[in-house]
Design a protein around this ligand. Sequence first.
Ligand SMILES: [Zn+2]
Length: 255
Amino acid sequence: MIAWIEENGLRIGTFPALDALAPALSVWFTTRGGGVSRPPFDSLNLGSHVGDSRTDVLENRRRLKKTLGIGANRVARGGQVHGTEIAFVKRGGTLEGTDGFMTVSRGLALAINSADCFPLMIHSPSEMVLAAIHVGRSGAAAGIIGKTFDLLYERYRIDPDNTVAVCGPGICPRCYEVGRDAAMAFPAYARMRRVKGWHLDLPRFIRTETERAGLKPANFFDSGLCTACESDLFSYRRDGDRTGRNWTLAMMIRR
Ligand SMILES: [Zn+2]
């Protein structure tokens, strides 16, 4: 289900099955190779608030945009805070305190920065609107997925029958051990695996929330990759405080 672009030393995941349903949509997710950052940020770290050299991060972003053919100022992203704030954007840049973006602009990439949290992209091919949200445990519990669909229905009148959702890499339930309080925020998705450990199935929660919002199960695309299981992805849980960030990007291409 994943195809890989290997170019300029970068290895970028894509979703070829999207083409039939959403021909204008491209979704890409990065892996660690092909950048210039030194350990522990080696090497394609795209996060600028993790302690890495700013020059290296900017060079990594430049390489990524060049490889994907995205213009220099054509990436919109957020200073993500695990909240539910969603911004409508027409141009590139960083919006502080924002975990979600919507756009109708073609050729504008929406990027979600993550290292275990899930990036979720939602696109209506008939209304030509795109949303990108950062879904961690807090944002998920606070309802960012339902809020995004509500906005898409109200503001853009999207048709749930043709809307697609794409979920990038994030932490799998086996790797995601949480405390009891966190588990109890998602009672249907938490499981006690060992004597003390609660494990949370965030990917299943995300899939179910999209279906609750009206998405057809066949229109949900999942990378199936875990950031902590795959050594080729940055993982906060696996590597601790000092690690890099992956990007998942979505863009409606120009005709
Ligand atoms: Zn895992």
